[in-house]
Write a protein that binds this ligand. Structure first.
Ligand SMILES: [Zn+2]
Length: 244
């Protein structure tokens, strides 16, 4: 279909533009379109995951419904990240994941949003704070029945602790050096902003974003609390992330 589109696109352009320069420009545009098409194609599995979740993980499917998955081929995004409005994924990296790992990262990003993690932390060590957030999200994913890959962040000694407590616990812990998050910081990082990376959608407005995810979380709790896709302890935890 793309080939047909490209050949039609090129022949139409040739009919109106006769110079070699416009031909080169047309070819460049066509190649750009092809690259974009390929990048989006490589993330089709992410959309298929959501279709499957409608049956197997309906609470997570509803949480993530309509949140766009955007391929980013720029070198500054090595894995995946969310800013609370989109999920940005490096398609080359995604291709290397097995199905369980891809679904885990996908759900991990959505639950970062639902857990109100997409705001700048006041903690000084952003990496350590992200590890603490990851631990909290992954604890919920475990209870939801998601398969956690070997490298997923989880500290059994910290189950049930708040993010601040996990953050403090990690301060002098040798585990800090060994652990790494699969995704990137789910808030506008100073380091990422400084690099000449892709202009994602910028820092989302905290107020509207908070309202969006709190309303969505309450909706999911009303629909699924107590079901296997949202066991009662996870539903309670989710509500606790959105105090008045
Ligand atoms: Zn994370």
């Amino acid at each position: 279909m793309l080939c047909r589109f490209l050949s039609r696109y090129c022949s139409q352009s040739k009919a109106v533009g006769s110079s070699a320069v416009s031909d080169v420009a047309t070819l460049a545009q066509a190649l750009e379109l092809k690259t974009q098409h390929k990048a989006y194609n490589s993330l089709e599995q992410w959309l298929e995951d959501r279709d499957q979740w409608k049956i197997t993980q309906p609470a997570t499917a509803l949480l993530g419904e309509g949140v766009p998955v955007v391929p980013v081929t720029h070198r500054t995004l090595k894995t995946a990240v969310t800013d609370g409005t989109h999920l940005y994924v490096n398609p080359q990296w995604s291709k290397m994941l097995d199905d369980a790992s891809r679904r885990f990262v996908h759900a991990h990003l959505i639950w970062h949003c639902a857990a109100n993690h997409c705001r700048l932390p006041s903690a000084r060590d952003e990496r350590r704070w992200h590890l603490a957030c990851d631990h909290q999200v992954n604890t919920q994913l475990l209870q939801l029945g998601f398969e956690l890959p070997m490298q997923a962040v989880l500290f059994p000694a910290c189950i049930g602790k708040t993010i601040s407590k996990v953050y403090d616990w990690l301060a002098d812990n040798p585990l800090m050096k060994e652990e790494s998050s699969l995704d990137e910081l789910p808030w506008p990082s100073g380091e990422r902003q400084d690099r000449c990376g892709p202009k994602l959608n910028g820092s989302p407005e905290a107020g509207p974003l908070r309202q969006y995810w709190s309303e969505r979380s309450f909706r999911v709790v009303r629909a699924y609390a107590g079901a296997s896709s949202l066991p009662a302890p996870v539903a309670s935890w989710l509500l606790a992330q959105w105090p008045d």
